[in-house]
Design a protein around this ligand. Structure first.
Ligand SMILES: Cc1ncc(C[n+]2csc(CCOP(=O)(O)OP(=O)(O)O)c2C)c(N)n1
Length: 568
């Protein structure tokens, strides 16, 4: 069958373009392949407003879709071809799914009719993607395509958001689709779509539990920012003077400059002073938070004896790890509206829990420990110094994306988030190396009005540096910062802390990252002198094209990192 549209019928590829448009898609990140040719041809021939961003690796395409979704609250879309493309795209799908970020991966596939005859790139994509996504289907008939696309968007954006995958066989791309079936519910292009509110009786029970505590502490996961509940949360916090801690994904629930916000707790980015605040609590309120291993330091902080109440849109997380006294299954924003209205209608106003006073003490201790390290003139440059310099040169609304290794714990602990909302994020579900470069690019397509900064270890840089070509080709004014320490430092730190310094297969050669970036056409600097760092970062951040700063850094395994298992 021809790839051309006939008068009153779309082919599958054309219908897909129209369905994406109808769901508000304006960017697709991806990489071409033989089985994708009809889809590319439809993108070429049709009039539409979709910008296809050619990437250099499908992993990057998925991470771009993820970064894009996180800063826009729209579905991020990535695509790649059958076989290798499908297997390369999946790290981004599983990260997004576990992080409640709706991204759609479209992979082309061999024709349905050629299955079983050993066509090149044949693979059971549906089985491959099943455990990685919230929903997944390889479309077997072109007539089903509109319905499958709607199901993907509806599933990704409702309830707890997650990722989806659509397989698009060649003959489905070429088969007929009735144009009357091409429609969308535009609400399913953004998230959370159709959020569900709390049971009013349960809301009262939960509030009464909080009010009966002596020193309650809220621990926010990503749910408040995801739901857009920051302003209601602030009202709630101020009316109770309750102490607030966050997970890494929960940063931005409340500005970290707010007197009640102590910042990040947990094994990655938490410090002893922030842990003390949680340890003081007789009741912990988890909001939009899975209470996973990192946040709770392997379910030790809070202790199992602490009273727990929990608000989450996903009923599965309630009572998963802690015996829970009261719970609300609800979108976090709607739950906070309900709690605030119950508080406002009370005749006996609660007198407040003294959260700000406790937080002030903890912050004083935390910043007192940080300051001398941030001012250190030692070489190699201490990560604390880099974070302080970065904080000094960036506007409060700049968006920072951090990789695992040195960037994540340091930025979580010490890069103060000064306004509510998503200005800092990291891939906390799986923490795969090589995320931040591409996620930052996706974030830039979503928010080109903001300064975007990507922080990487040199291990991560090695996974992903080919994508610098994309940054140059599309002239993205992103600043990339590499903590150059020629080691998989996080793992070496583990060998130091728990394996008697038996260092095994963790060191590698130093790369001249500035020279690599320069070869791609990226303006770049290498900095060894801490006194020059801030001025160079400022120049890099102000430049109107892509920039990279290679910071010769203290190895993570020798640093005073905010990672509890090493401190212990
Ligand atoms: C894809 C992937 N493989 C392996 C790991 C395990 N891992 C976690 S941190 C880390 C080391 C990070 O090294 P680098 O990026 O150089 O940063 P550093 O720790 O040295 O600051 C490794 C290998 C991972 N997170 N992701």
């Amino acid at each position: 069958m021809s790839d051309q549209k006939t008068d009153n019928v779309f082919n599958g590829a054309e219908a897909l373009v129209r369905m994406l448009e109808a769901h508000g898609v304006r960017h697709i990140f991806g990489l071409c392949g033989d089985t994708t040719l009809p889809f590319y041809d439809a993108l070429y021939r049709l009039d539409h407003e979709i910008d296809h961003v050619l990437t250099r690796d499908e992993r990057s395409a998925a991470y771009m879709a993820d970064g894009y979704a996180r800063v826009t609250k729209k579905v991020g879309v990535c695509e790649g071809p059958s076989g290798g493309g499908a297997t390369y795209i999946l790290p981004g799908l599983v990260e997004a799914n576990e992080s409640s970020v709706p991204i759609l991966a479209i992979t082309s596939d061999v024709s349905v009719t050629s299955r079983g005859h050993y066509p090149l790139t044949e693979l059971d994509q549906e089985s491959l993607m099943r455990p990685l996504t919230k929903w997944n289907s390889v479309i077997s008939r072109s007539e089903m395509l509109p319905d499958m696309v709607r199901t993907a968007f509806r599933t990704m954006t409702t309830g707890r958001p997650g990722s989806a995958h659509l397989g698009l066989p060649l003959d489905v791309q070429r088969g007929p689709v009735d144009p009357d079936q091409v429609w969308a519910d535009p609400q399913h292009g953004t998230f959370p779509a159709y959020p569900a509110g709390p049971d009013p009786v349960e809301a009262e029970v939960l509030l009464e539990a909080i009010l009966s505590a002596t020193f309650p502490v809220v621990i926010c996961g990503g749910g408040i920012v995801l739901a857009g509940g920051e302003s209601e949360f602030r009202t709630f916090v101020e009316s109770l003077d309750i102490a607030v801690a966050t997970t890494i994904s929960g940063q931005g629930s409340l500005a970290e400059t707010h007197p009640n916000c102590v910042g990040v707790v947990g094994s990655n980015g938490g410090v002893p002073a922030t842990r003390e605040v949680v340890n003081q609590a007789d009741l912990v309120v988890f909001i939009g938070c899975r209470a996973g291993s990192v946040t709770t330091e392997l379910w030790r902080v809070p202790t199992k004896q602490t009273r727990i109440v929990h608000v989450d849109c996903d009923p599965q997380v309630i009572s998963a790890s802690y015996q829970t006294e009261a719970s609300l299954v609800s979108d976090a924003h709607l739950a906070l509206i309900a709690l605030n209205s119950l508080l406002a209608s009370r005749t006996d106003k609660p007198s407040g829990f003294g959260g700000a006073a406790a937080v002030a003490l903890a912050k004083e201790k935390k910043w007192a420990a940080f300051r001398p390290l941030a001012e250190s003139s030692d070489r190699p440059i201490k990560p604390e110094r880099t974070i302080a310099a970065l904080r000094a040169v960036l506007d409060d609304d700049a968006i920072v994306v951090a990789d695992p290794g040195t960037p994540c714990p340091y930025v979580s602990a010490y890069y103060e988030v000064r306004q509510p909302g998503r200005t800092l994020f990291s891939n906390r579900a799986h923490g795969a190396l090589g995320y931040a470069m591409s996620a930052a690019m996706g974030a830039w397509f979503g928010r080109p009005d903001k300064k975007i900064v990507s922080l990487m270890g040199d291990g991560s840089f090695g996974f992903t540096c080919g994508e610098l070509e994309t940054a140059v080709r599309r002239n993205m004014p992103i600043t990339f910062i590499v903590f150059s320490n020629s080691v998989y430092g996080w793992i070496k730190a583990g060998q130091r802390a728990a394996f008697g310094e038996r260092y095994f297969s963790v060191d590698f050669n130093r790369t001249d990252h500035a020279a690599v970036a320069s070869a791609f056409g990226v303006k770049s600097w290498k900095v060894e002198d801490p006194e020059q760092l801030q001025a160079v970062l400022k120049e890099a951040v102000d430049h109107d094209g892509p920039t990279l700063v290679d910071v010769i850094s203290q190895p993570l395994n020798e640093a005073t990192a905010p990672v509890s298992e090493w401190i212990a």
